[in-house]
Design a protein. Structure first.
Length: 345
């Protein structure tokens, strides 16, 4: 029985939240120690059935035939099944496979967990079946699983960010998106806090309606954020960029999310304010909005102090490094990470 094991990180958006599905540009980074782990094995004695099992925190399983059309898209493992459906349409032999999943990445928190699940599943299948799919091809399959198969109004930032790793500039005004790898730093850390779990799909549906109605505030958001994204791209193109200059733009982007996109919450505002007072270079919400998460950019020596401030606000803070590597192979051991976060993908 052949078996492979891979992992894919979560992501945080430096600038450009929602501009990907609006046809603009975004800058995002991958989160090193917050990952989805997926193991795929050939399923002996079966030619069509797929078995999926998730350990903590989901503790659920599913068994299905890839050719079945009807299924519950709201099920916690629907993202995995959607990837199988997309790859089956592409005529890859994704049958007779067993999938196991575990996570150290908080779910429903605006950190790209659904994209990470889709990318990890597609990567594991590519490795198991020796398909040699590129990272960009895997990102595209993951996007189609969410946007086409599940009908979620998402852009392509999450899939490319978690697949490629590092800090990336993604221009979504063209198809496929153009990707530019930007410079990273070893002496900075991200401190993240979860404000409130919510359905990203619900938030995205509301935003899509506002966008279709040409909401003037959303137009202001798009213009201001696009300008900020380009300025941030200029800074991050330098080998030893200034984290204070970057942090100022991040914080400005948060104000656009709050004032124009109307996606902040009182808890997010408290967290951002606490991080800035604790000495962070900058802070902003990340994800669909109306809850989810925020993060602060700070010097590695300042991360503990920022985390302490968020602890006092019950922000469930986490410290992460920037992940230079996105999707990666893991040792094919049978165990999965013991520590997990989240409740739904």
């Amino acid at each position: 029985m052949k078996s492979v094991r891979v992992s894919v990180p979560g992501r945080a958006c430096f600038a450009g939240d929602h501009l990907d599905w609006m046809g603009g540009a975004v800058i995002a980074c991958a989160l090193e120690n917050l990952r989805i782990y997926v193991r795929a094995s050939t399923l002996l004695g079966s030619q069509s059935v797929v078995k999926v099992k998730s350990g903590e925190p989901f503790n659920t399983s599913s068994c299905f035939d890839v050719d079945e059309h009807a299924y519950d898209a709201s099920h916690v493992l629907a993202y995995v099944r959607a990837v199988f459906k997309v790859m089956a349409r592409l005529e890859y032999p994704v049958r007779g496979i067993e999938v196991g999943m575990s996570s150290t990445l908080p779910a429903e928190a605006g950190l790209g967990s659904s994209a990470a699940v889709c990318v990890a599943t597609a990567t594991a299948l590519s490795k198991l079946l020796a398909l040699s799919l590129s990272r960009e091809e895997i990102a595209r399959i993951a996007y189609e699983a969410e946007a086409v198969e599940l009908g979620i109004n998402c852009g392509q930032m999450d899939q490319y960010a978690v697949a490629l790793g590092g800090i990336v500039y993604l221009d979504c005004s063209r198809e496929p998106p153009s990707v530019e790898r930007l410079s990273s730093r070893d002496d900075v850390a991200l401190v993240l806090a979860i404000a409130q779990k919510r359905s990203a799909a619900d938030v995205l549906r509301r935003l899509a309606w506002r966008y279709s109605e040409r909401d003037p505030l959303l137009t202001k958001y798009s213009r201001a954020t696009l300008e900020a994204t380009q300025e941030m791209r200029r800074i991050l193109s330098q080998p030893n960029w200034d984290p204070r200059a970057l942090g100022e733009i991040m914080t400005a982007c948060h104000s656009y999310l709050r004032d124009y996109a109307q996606l902040s919450t009182p808890a997010l505002e408290d967290y951002v304010s606490a991080c800035l007072k604790a000495g962070a270079y900058g802070a902003k919400a990340t994800g669909a909005g109306r809850g989810g998460s925020m993060f602060a950019l700070c010097h590695e020596n300042q991360a503990s102090r920022v985390k302490q401030q968020l602890d006092e606000l019950d922000g469930q803070p986490l410290i992460s490094r920037l992940a230079d590597v996105g999707l990666r192979n893991e040792s094919p051991c049978p165990g999965m990470p013991a520590k997990t976060h989240g409740s739904r993908l």
